[in-house]
Design a protein around this ligand. Structure first.
Ligand code: MF3
Ligand code: CO
Ligand code: CO
Length: 306
């Protein structure tokens, strides 16, 4: 027990009587207080915003914040549509960077990746066995490649994060499979995102489906809170157990962004210190959206068809 928890315990009273963690719960359930009403009592008098900030370092978003993130999200969707129109065999990844950079700036926004922890470009472009964080450069896109483009515009201070994996030309059967599975993983993760469910439910749904298809889930990179900053608490793993983790509540904004490998889950980072690639060089695909937990369920703030 921390000093703070001890202090709380001493202060905690019910019907004017001090209740200790191992006492029977005053509500009459027959359970120990700590297994019953203790956590609810210690949260008494605090708003959900205060509790999530204090207990989980999660900053819930208000109406105005959501509007801001939604605008940034709409720009992210436009950026992905723009890329979709331009992507084809023969394109050089740096051309995608120029396209993203210019369209972002033209719309009064800032590309969050540029100079983020030393990342040198405005977008991540990851091809085939590259899992994520590919740096645009002189690599040429070839017929049959799968190309993930991950964009994060900052508009009026608000961040939205989204990515899609595109086909260049006609996909072969492996490319078709991994992209189809990764897309379905994001869909299934998103259906679990609603108030009352837990973070672990999302990862469980994704992992169960990916593995049922003989694919694997990357562990080293996870979804994340987003909106006020690029990466905020909570972490959103794409694997895990049902019923585990933080309870989802309205006002939470986070990404779901499963990276799914056709072969094994293991990866290494290239000498550029950014590009993550599969150890077995199998194909990897990813789809990402920024989602808001609402009273009713979920709203994508980067809505594109899956
Ligand atoms: N957009 C990535 C994510 O989904 C993060 C990229 S960090 C960068 O979290 F520096 F590589 F841009
Ligand atoms: Co992200
Ligand atoms: Co992203």
């Amino acid at each position: 027990m921390t000093g703070e928890e001890r202090r709380k315990e001493v202060l905690l009273k019910r019907d004017g009587r001090r209740v200790r963690r191992n006492d029977p719960c005053p509500c009459g359930s027959g359970l120990k207080y700590k297994k019953c009403c203790m956590s609810a009592d210690s949260g008494q008098g605090k708003s959900i915003e205060e509790r999530y900030l204090k207990e989980h370092r999660i900053r819930l978003k208000g109406k105005g914040d959501v509007e801001g993130i939604r605008k940034a999200g709409n720009l992210a969707v436009e950026l992905l549509l723009l890329v979709e129109k331009h992507i084809r065999p023969g394109v050089i990844t740096d051309e995608i960077n120029t396209l993203i950079h210019e369209f972002t700036v033209k719309n009064g926004a800032i590309p969050a990746p540029l100079n983020y922890r030393g990342f040198p470009k405005s977008v991540c472009v990851s091809i085939n066995e590259e899992i994520c964080h590919g740096i645009p450069g002189n690599r040429v896109i070839h017929e049959g490649d799968i190309v993930n483009v991950d964009v994060t515009p900052i508009l009026n201070g608000y961040y939205a994060d989204a990515s899609k994996t595109f086909f260049a030309g006609e996909p072969g059967p492996d490319a078709l499979k991994i992209v189809t599975v990764a897309r379905e993983c994001l869909k299934r993760g998103m259906t679990m995102a609603r108030p009352g469910n837990r973070i672990g439910d999302i990862g469980w749904a994704i992992q169960t489906y990916a593995e049922s298809q003989g694919c694997s889930v990357v562990r080293e990179f996870v979804g994340h809170g987003v909106g006020f900053d690029f990466h905020e608490p909570p972490q959103v793993p794409h694997y895990g157990q049902k019923g585990k983790g933080v309870v989802l509540v309205p006002g939470m904004v986070f990404t779901i962004e499963p990276m799914i490998n056709l072969g094994k889950k293991d990866l290494h980072i290239l000498a550029d210190n950014w590009t993550a690639v599969t150890d077995d060089h199998s194909l990897s695909a990813q789809f990402e959206q920024t989602v808001l937990i609402t009273e009713e369920g979920l709203e994508s703030l980067t809505p594109f068809d899956l």
